[in-house]
Design a protein around this ligand. Structure first.
Ligand code: ADP
Length: 182
């Protein structure tokens, strides 16, 4: 299996859950930009203060800010890694590509997790995070379609994209992911 990979998919598709499992079973560093940003918000850092309002509106925080977070975590890490929630637009994908070139750690695979919008909304409403009310959820989905979905084509053209449909139990989705990445 690849040891340098990233997960793409709409909010609510289950990326975090599956990324955590896969990283644990394969000894990979799991980097979730959403989790790292929420930790900054909780700690009340300057970075967290800058990110909080943006996140609660369902917008993307600045590319510079998330890139700095990812860079700081990857540059002193020598093993495999799994990125979850980054890149989220084409500019971030280009910046990641440059960073990985610099670090001599090329990306190996991209896993796309798909689910239809109504199921996504139901799952997110059930989760109930600060940015999980219906209006913000619908906005996050439109941000995903406009800014993040172009990554699908981008990675498909590079021959790196693997797809799974994330309906069913956590176990069933995990099996599909293992098969897609095998
Ligand atoms: P979800 O997968 O449910 O959208 P995340 O935890 O990945 O949730 O992200 C939550 C929020 O954190 C996003 O709506 C956005 O404001 C911010 N965020 C996370 N990753 C990025 C990123 N790569 N670029 C910009 N903003 C990000």
């Amino acid at each position: 299996m690849s040891h340098r990979l990233l997960f793409v998919g709409p909010p609510g598709a289950g990326k975090g859950t599956q990324a955590e499992r896969l990283a644990a079973s394969h000894g990979l560093l799991h980097l979730s930009t959403g989790d790292l940003l929420r930790a900054e918000v909780k700690a009340g850092s300057d970075l967290g203060k800058e990110a909080e309002a943006v996140m609660n509106r369902g917008e993307l925080v600045s590319d510079e800010l998330v890139l700095a977070i990812v860079r700081s975590r990857l540059q002193n890490h020598s093993g495999g890694w799994l990125l979850d929630g980054f890149p989220r637009n084409l500019a971030q994908a280009e910046a990641l590509n440059a960073l990985l070139g610099e670090l001599n750690q090329p990306l190996q695979s991209v896993l796309l997790m798909e689910l239809d919008d109504e199921e996504l909304v139901q799952r997110l409403l059930a989760r109930g995070r600060a940015d999980d009310n219906e209006e913000v959820i619908r906005h996050r989905l439109s941000v995903y379609r406009e800014q993040t979905a172009p990554l699908i084509n981008h990675y498909e053209q590079r021959g790196q994209l693997k797809r799974v449909v994330s309906t069913g139990t956590i176990e069933a989705v995990a099996e599909q992911i293992n098969a897609a990445l095998a």
